[in-house]
Design a protein around this ligand. Structure first.
Ligand code: SAH
Length: 212
């Protein structure tokens, strides 16, 4: 299978056609080998227009959802980014292509270890891993210019609002257990403003400031 061809096709038919415009993001999604973030038995589906199972009851997000959330983050290159929910590590790779440093937290040790092994093998040096409850953020490394939550949450966890820098942006799927909407939070002069975007379905964010 020619994976580069499948990736180019994915970008054209799933992303550009639906209005994704950020050139650096489109280039990153053409570059990152999404199939390598899946078990071998699933690799032939890697560029399909859907979320896929990655084990431990978790999923790698649909390419379009990765693109929507990442575009909303408005990353320019020098940012320090926090991701909650490492999962397969695919989203972390996209963030690492676009920003300076990525800090990613995962509650399932197995998933974090597998993601770290893949991302190291691919040569990423600017991704830092932590196993634990990401709803508490990563206080030792705060503040962050951008925060991306890749699991569904009833509300934005308070510690993450506190760990966001001035002019920072948080993107998260907020809603009930079975359906959410992408929410964008922008911090300006210490105040938070909120806007609402695409409806979506994510696995739950489980932790002290998420779902119990
Ligand atoms: N970004 C991932 C997809 C994540 S799916 C990718 O690109 O593949 C959501 C992930 O969030 C799951 O792996 C789940 O285990 C994790 N998760 C759920 N609650 C969490 C929490 N409180 N802290 C950290 N990770 C959490």
């Amino acid at each position: 299978m020619d994976f580069q061809e499948l990736r180019d096709m994915m970008v054209k038919t799933q992303l550009i056609s639906r209005g994704i415009r950020d050139k650096r993001l489109l280039d990153a999604m053409k570059k990152v080998p999404r199939h390598l973030f899946l078990d071998e038995s699933m690799q032939h589906k890697a560029y399909d227009d859907m979320a896929l199972a990655i084990g431990e009851g978790q999923t790698i997000s649909q390419p379009y959802m990765v693109a929507v959330m990442t575009e909303l983050l408005e990353i320019e290159g020098e940012e320090k980014v926090l991701e909650i929910g490492t999962g397969s590590g695919y989203q972390a790779a996209i963030l690492a292509e676009l920003s300076k440093e990525v800090y990613t937290v995962e509650r399932v040790q197995e998933l974090s270890d597998r993601a770290a092994a893949r991302l190291n093998a691919l040569g990423y040096k600017n991704i830092h891993f932590r196993v634990g409850d990401g709803t508490a953020g990563w206080p030792e490394e705060a503040p962050f210019n951008r925060i991306l939550i890749t699991a569904g949450t009833p509300k934005i966890p308070e510690p993450l609002l506190e760990q966001l820098s001035e002019k920072g942006i948080i993107i998260a799927p907020v809603g009930d257990r079975f359906s959410q909407q992408i929410v964008k939070i922008v911090k300006s002069k210490g105040k938070f403003s909120e806007s609402f975007h695409t409806p979506c379905v994510f696995v739950p964010l489980i932790g002290e400031y998420g779902w119990k």
